[in-house]
Structure formats: structure tokens, C-alpha cells
Design a protein around this ligand. Structure first.
Ligand SMILES: [Zn+2]
Length: 142
């Protein structure tokens, strides 16, 4: 199967940092850093749309998603989460979380979604952030 998420679930090799994993979801920090804390919640089962998951499984994915959103907002200090489910490039169910400031305009938000922005930070700063987010997600999902 030619699916980067299914391949990743087999190899665990990714350019992105794996933040969390359980039986139903894999949580990644998006490798492009369009904005601080751009996170992706991936359903483990290869389906394109949420309605294809068994109801109980979707409920567990949704709960994980909600707690990850809380962790992303808390760790970044952002007050708004922009959510996006596309599947154009990878038709395997995953939801993007873009933490943004409430003061950002629609144009600024769409620039982030389109990957026209880049969060600048040193490798060390990024590593510190990734660890803080990983700990917060674990705490939220405990
Ligand atoms: Zn897949």
C-alpha cells in the first residue's frame, strides 16, 4: 500500500516527531513548522473519512483529538485551534491542529494552512518544545 501514514505505522520512521501513540491514534508534530505546534492526529486504521470508522473507535479518536488540542493550546499559549481535515495528498484520516492567536486575520490563518509561514526556532528550542508538548499530551490523556 502506498500510504505514508500506513508506512509510518509499520516503520515508525518519519521526518515528523511522534508525540503520542495508543491503539487508535498516532499524534505527530508536523515537520514543516508552519506555526509553532502544528500537530496532526492520525487515526491508525486506514480509512479516508471518520464515518468509515466503527463508532466506538471514532469516539476514542475524537477523545484523543480533544485532549491533544488542549495540550497544544496549553503548550503554545495560543487561544484558538484551527482544525483541518483534507486528505488530498494522503487519503488516510488525519486532522491538523493549527494553534493561532485570536487576533489573526482570515488571510493570516490561511497563509499558515497553505504553508506560507514558518516558525523560526533553533534546533534546541524546537527540542525543548517537543518534549514539553509530549509531556502535556501524556498528562491530558492519562
Ligand atoms: Zn493509510
Amino acid at each position: 500500500m502506498n500510504c505514508i501514514f500506513c508506512d509510518l505505522l509499520t516503520t515508525r520512521e518519519s521526518a515528523a516527531d511522534i508525540l503520542f501513540e495508543d491503539d487508535d491514534v498516532l499524534v505527530l508534530l508536523h515537520e514543516a513548522w508552519a506555526t509553532l505546534g502544528h500537530t496532526v492526529v492520525v487515526a491508525k486504521r486506514h480509512v479516508e473519512n471518520s464515518s468509515e470508522l466503527p463508532a466506538g473507535e471514532w469516539a476514542r479518536v475524537a477523545r484523543a483529538f480533544q485532549r491533544v488540542e488542549a495540550a497544544v493550546l496549553a503548550t503554545t499559549g495560543a487561544d484558538r485551534a484551527i482544525l483541518m481535515k483534507l486528505g488530498l495528498m494522503v487519503p488516510h484520516l488525519h486532522i491538523h491542529i493549527y494553534p493561532v492567536s485570536r487576533t489573526m486575520t482570515r488571510e493570516q490563518v490561511f497563509a499558515v494552512i497553505d504553508g506560507k509561514t514558518k516558525h523560526e526556532a533553533t534546533a534546541e528550542e524546537k527540542a525543548v518544545f517537543v518534549e514539553a508538548l509530549r509531556k502535556r499530551i501524556l498528562a491530558e490523556l492519562a
